[in-house]
Design a protein. Structure first.
Lengths: 756, 375
């Protein structure tokens, strides 16, 4: 934990020398392209923010030009793959102790190539103190920004862009952090910033906020009064003392006044009637621990009470807490939560933020970036480059942790297109994409972490094999292995490091780590080959499907959708296909098909090859026949062997050449291919490409089809939509199948119709 | 409650002595009605122990080393239940309660067939001791009922011809500050802030309709407790005396210490305290402050906080007159003026802080009224 850095063995004795021994290139990354700096200097921590661009490789697909060729050769792939360099925008945030500031500024100056940058936005109490140092070292003009404005801008930014930013603290559960899905409309909310004093701000819109109150009893009171009472100088040490003390030795409790009678009167005897009420005596010594604890309770209760009074006055139930008093300290999160629960009788929720320490720096950065406003874009947390909550860059490895233990990183990638909710979600504010919360479910967590560890060898091999011509592929793959392995170890110890731990987040983290080491699409060649093979089978499959009677064909189409999900492609006659399936509402679906056609179906595709070509397209074709329009949504970027949007475009074009139904549907825009905005093997319906959402609305989609384990089981299994939906998958994991009450290759066919 | 007791009382027309007792966390408040219209016949009949009590209480201003009669609060020529007399106000620390009970035993209170009406948490805590040691039956009464009853009654009888309730004009200006009488003719709705060891805040809508809104543990006990730890003082009076000589701005971090002046973005004046004890984060400043500064800062911190919570409650309850009572305010003009100023400033003149001469005795008075069945 950053703020506790000093107690972790580091001392402020050898400040600047120490920073030279840091591995700063792993901390201040991408400095060569950095521009637009912002800095937030607090009482003990500095937070630096900058915008940079990252160049990395991407696999692009392109159709061969077939004109003039009469036929395809058997060994010719269906399209060509080329690796190109792509430049994407990234925001870097680094948090370190103020003692490192000189060394860090030197490092930045030495590596700063971009000379356009003239100004650095600065906020925080220390911005005055270090102004000259910054101007001298970086030769940038310091532009001071208002502290609270920055905090609020930063808060809005993380709440909008990081889906699991806010959490509640529950003292007796394991883990104590419980993440909340962000409400689609984050406003209005109350922000209680507990710095040396307390500021309570009501935030109504992006630009409208109001200081509604405050208190002088805050972190500075705990620190200052605590130092006087206990002769302990450091904030962290005071908290540590408090965590060991008994406040009942110092405080006058209700039971001290009422004796044993509080029980018969229905009073809680443990309530504090008077803080420090027992210390009004000279004939007794009080322990440092007890006094620190009493002080902590006094201050936390007081802040909680005021926050509740303000929340009540303004009719708000979401109260976010921040400031150095809170910053990742379980002790204070616990006492504040207790106080809020007590005073609001559970009506107000105390919420904390995973990136609370960065709010000021983010806000200052945004203030300085108004000409190319980052708020116009959607951003995503890069799990590979970010340290995670309460884990201080542990992916640098335990041997290096000692040196860099006080550095914490956050990196956010700019997404190509803005992300929004799927308009068809029944209740966006209660939608949770993930089926199993691995932070909550220790057994499942253990299983999946081990599962991902065991699969790592295979992923490394696959990555190396995907780049046979690259001399450094093995070396990069090993770096990837180390990074992902370290992430998995972090998550074993701090499952809450990146919000709720889920199979999706484990998969996404792996993709981010692969990208980090320039393995943009390890499956590109596999997908290419499988697509080629499947395309050749397409006409035959269509012929045999068309030969079936209507009812038989519907079942065959559904089986086709499911079959593409099974990598070993079991024969259709094998036992998994025997109904009833594990979840089986097929009869209801068939009944529905006998009725009027759907207006428009939104289909989320899964794998390349057999799945998309022999499963999805025949199904799409049947829907088109029925007069249903189809929106086929595929991933924007690669993930495993999932079909990407650009691959799907080529596949569609090739199918159109063979099939007049698909051909005319494409031409008449009854079949539309769109991208999801995602590069994940799973599916978050609350973060989808805006174009997709617009189209869904325009076309009046009334059926959503989600296929594959990642999208229909790991995520969205319980997703409630306001239209009909089909969720289908074959459970390819024995452990999960068993959990669901079935066997390996059990079939899930979930047809849901929303209640009237 | 105490049905049997009322039956006895009504039959024998209220035995003397008339006491009301409020046993708080720190202080015991005792009110005693001294009948001045005793006839010769009565005098003759009056048992020795009763006489001795009357003489003892009225001829002394201090009892033992810690008991004190607040002579200046005495209410003269009061008529209670048809009897004329003086009402005396006596206080002593709760930790001397065992000695008080012992005295009751020594003076043979139990022979008077009397019952003590008592309120406050101590009425419960010491009930058994009263019974076993003093052979005295306590009639326990609800704290908040007594408090409100007491306030309304005392306000109605006035203060020996003067007004009971008062407020401060120009509280921030030591030259122009004036304590002025306030006529509480429209008492409802009223926010009642009782600052004892802890703080209770009540919204009072009528004599019988009130609710406890909230409370805070940062009260008089916190002020005195912290002062003891920080300055080594031993009495409340000493703590206040030190505070009167100290400078809290050496201890507290003000808005202007952070922003160089007013924080205009949020409309905060430079003189406002941004962080109580905030300067004490620095070693140099810790070494530079005096005990008097620390006592003053403690007083300011606790008082401002009570004012702030009271203001929020008044807003939430939509009440604009706030009466502050309780023994924290005894001889504590600094706190009262600060409350008056803070309430006026932060509410932009919407809220009025009111005070009452008999600060901490209302619970005890309420208990006495219960004894006499005065509604």
């Amino acid at each position: 934990m950053a703020e506790c850095g000093a107690s972790g063995g580091g001392s402020s004795g050898d400040t600047l020398d120490k920073s030279i021994t840091l591995p700063p290139d792993e901390i201040f990354r991408n400095l060569e392209n950095a521009k637009r700096f912002a800095i937030d200097i607090g009482g003990s921590l500095t937070k630096l923010a900058y915008y940079s661009t990252v160049q990395h490789k991407v696999a692009k697909v392109r159709s061969f030009d077939h004109s003039g060729k009469d036929a395809e050769h058997d060994h010719e792939p269906p399209y060509e793959i080329s690796v190109q360099e792509e430049i994407t925008a990234r925001l870097h945030f680094i948090k370190f102790e103020n003692t490192y500031i000189g060394g860090c500024l030197d490092f930045i100056k030495d590596h700063l190539v971009n000379t356009e940058t003239k100004v650095i936005q600065a906020t925080g109490g220390g911005a005055y103190k270090f102004k000259d140092l910054i101007e001298e070292k970086l030769r940038l003009k310091v532009d001071k920004q208002d502290v609270m404005t920055c905090l609020i801008k930063g808060c809005n930014f993380v709440l909008k862009n990081i889906p699991q930013e806010a959490f509640i603290y529950q003292k007796d559960s394991d883990p104590e952090f419980r993440f909340q899905t962000n409400h689609p409309n984050i406003f209005p909310y109350l922000l209680v910033n507990i710095g040396s004093g307390v500021s309570i701000v009501k935030v109504e819109t992006e630009d409208r906020f109001e200081w509604v109150g405050g208190s002088s009893i805050g972190g500075g009171t705990f620190w200052g009064l605590g130092a006087l009472l206990t002769r302990t100088k450091k904030f962290d040490e005071l908290l540590h003392l408090a965590s060991k003390g008994q406040h009942t030795n110092v405080d006058m409790l209700v039971q001290d006044i009422y004796g044993g009678a509080h029980q018969t009167l229905g009073l809680s005897g443990n309530l504090i009637a008077s803080s420090f009420g027992k210390s009004a005596t000279t004939d007794k010594e009080f322990s440092k621990e007890d006094m620190a604890k009493s002080l902590l309770h006094m201050i936390s209760n007081d802040i909680g009470q005021l926050a509740c009074l303000h929340a009540k006055l303004h009719g708000l139930d979401r109260v976010y807490f921040g400031g150095f008093f809170i910053r990742g300290h379980p002790v204070t999160m616990r006492t504040i939560t207790y106080s809020i629960n007590f005073f609001s009788k559970g009506e107000v929720q105390a919420l904390f933020l995973r990136h609370e320490g960065y709010l000021g720096a983010i806000g200052a950065f945004l203030k300085g970036a108004e000409q190319d406003n980052p708020n116009q874009y959607s951003w995503g947390e890069n799990y590979a480059g970010s340290s995670g909550l309460m884990s201080t860059a542990p992916e640098l490895g335990p041997t290096r942790r000692a040196r860099s233990g006080t550095f914490d990183l956050l990196e956010m990638d700019r997404l190509e297109r803005p992300l929004v909710n799927l308009p068809l979600l029944l209740d966006p504010s209660s939608y949770v994409p993930d089926t199993v919360d691995l932070t909550d479910d220790a057994l499942a967590r253990k299983y999946w972490l081990t599962c991902f560890e065991e699969a790592l060898d295979g992923v490394v091999k696959r990555a190396v094999a995907s780049q046979p011509d690259a001399a450094d592929a093995t070396e990069r793959a090993e770096k990837f292995r180390q990074k992902y392995w370290d992430k998995l170890q972090t998550l074993r110890h701090q499952p809450f490091a990146y919000g709720t731990l889920t199979v999706r987040s484990l998969l996404d983290t792996r993709e981010h780590c692969l990208n980090e080491f320039n393995f943009p699409d390890p499956y590109s060649k596999v997908k290419q080959r499988e697509n080629g093979v499947a395309l050749k089978c397409f006409p035959g499959v269509i012929r045999s499907l068309d030969a079936l009677g209507w009812e038989e064909r519907q079942l065959a189409l559904v089986k086709g959708l499911l079959a593409g999900n099974v990598p070993s492609r079991p024969l259709w006659s094998r036992s998994p296909w025997e109904r009833p399936w594990l979840v089986d509402s097929y009869s209801k679906w068939l009944q529905r098909l006998k009725g009027p056609p759907h207006k428009c179906a939104l289909i989320f595709a899964d794998n390349s090859g057999v799945d998309i070509i022999l499963g999805v397209f025949p199904f799409v074709r049947e829907l088109l026949f029925r007069g249903t329009e189809v929106i086929l949504a595929c991933n924007s970027g690669p993930a495993l062997n999932d079909v990407t949007h650009s691959e799907a475009l080529i596949v569609a074009e090739r199918i159109a050449a063979m099939d007049p139904v698909v051909h005319s549907a494409l031409r008449e825009e009854r079949l539309l291919l769109v991208q999801t905005g995602s590069s994940s093997p799973c599916l978050d319906l609350s973060r989808l490409d805006k174009g997709l959402a617009v189209l869904v609305r325009e076309r009046g989609a009334d059926l959503v089809v989600i296929e594959g384990m990642g999208r229909a089981v790991h995520t969205n299994y319980h997703a409630a939509l306001c239209c009909e939906s089909l969720k289908l998958a074959v459970v390819k994991n024995a452990w999960l199948a068993e959990r669901l009450g079935g066997r390996l290759f059990s079939v899930i066919f979930k047809y849901e119709v929303p209640a009237e | 409650m105490c049905i049997w007791f009322y039956i006895i009382l009504s039959r024998v027309n209220f035995f003397f002595p008339w006491f009301g007792l409020d046993i708080g966390g720190t202080l015991v408040k005792l009110v005693y009605f001294e009948p001045k219209d005793i006839t010769a016949e009565e005098e003759e009949e009056e048992v020795e122990s009763l006489k001795s009590i009357r003489k003892y209480l009225t001829s002394h201003v201090a009892y033992g080393s810690t008991g004190i009669r607040d002579v200046h609060l005495e209410l003269k020529d009061l008529t209670l239940c048809g009897r004329k007399g003086n009402l005396h106000f006596i206080r002593f620390p709760t930790h001397d309660m065992p000695a008080f009970i012992q005295m009751g035993r020594d003076k043979n209170f139990s022979s008077l067939h009397t019952v003590f009406c008592a309120t406050g948490g101590g009425a419960y805590k010491f009930e058994q001791d009263f019974l076993t040691i003093g052979d005295l039956q306590l009639c326990k009464l609800d704290e908040l009922d007594c408090l409100i009853k007491g306030i309304l009654y005392i306000d109605s009888v006035g203060f020996n011809g003067r007004s009971q309730c008062y407020y401060f004009e120009n509280p921030a200006d030591s030259e122009k500050c004036q304590k002025l009488p306030f006529d509480l003719k429209n008492p409802y709705p009223l926010l009642l802030v009782n600052i004892g060891s802890g703080v209770s805040i009540l919204a009072v809508y009528s004599k019988d309709n009130y609710k406890r809104v909230t409370g805070t543990s940062l009260g008089g006990g916190t002020f005195f407790g912290l002062c003891c730890l920080l300055t080594g003082c031993t009495t409340f009076e000493e703590a206040l005396e030190m505070a009167s000589r100290g400078d809290s701005t050496k201890v507290d971090k003000l808005v202007r210490d952070i922003y160089g002046g007013d924080y205009e973005r949020f409309g905060l004046p430079g003189w406002a305290v941004a962080s109580s004890f905030g300067n004490m984060m620095s070693k140099e400043k810790r070494e530079a402050v005096t005990k008097e500064d620390l006592a003053r800062a403690t007083l300011i911190t606790i008082t401002n906080n009570i004012g702030s919570i009271a203001r929020m409650c008044a807003l939430n309850e939509n009440i604009n007159q706030v009466v502050f009572v309780g023994n924290f305010l005894r001889i504590n003009t600094i706190a009262m003026r600060l409350l008056a100023y803070a309430l006026d400033y932060w509410s932009k003149g919407q809220l009025k802080a009111l005070f009452s001469e008999h600060e901490g005795y209302f619970g005890a008075v309420g208990a006495l009224l219960e004894l006499l069945k005065i509604p």
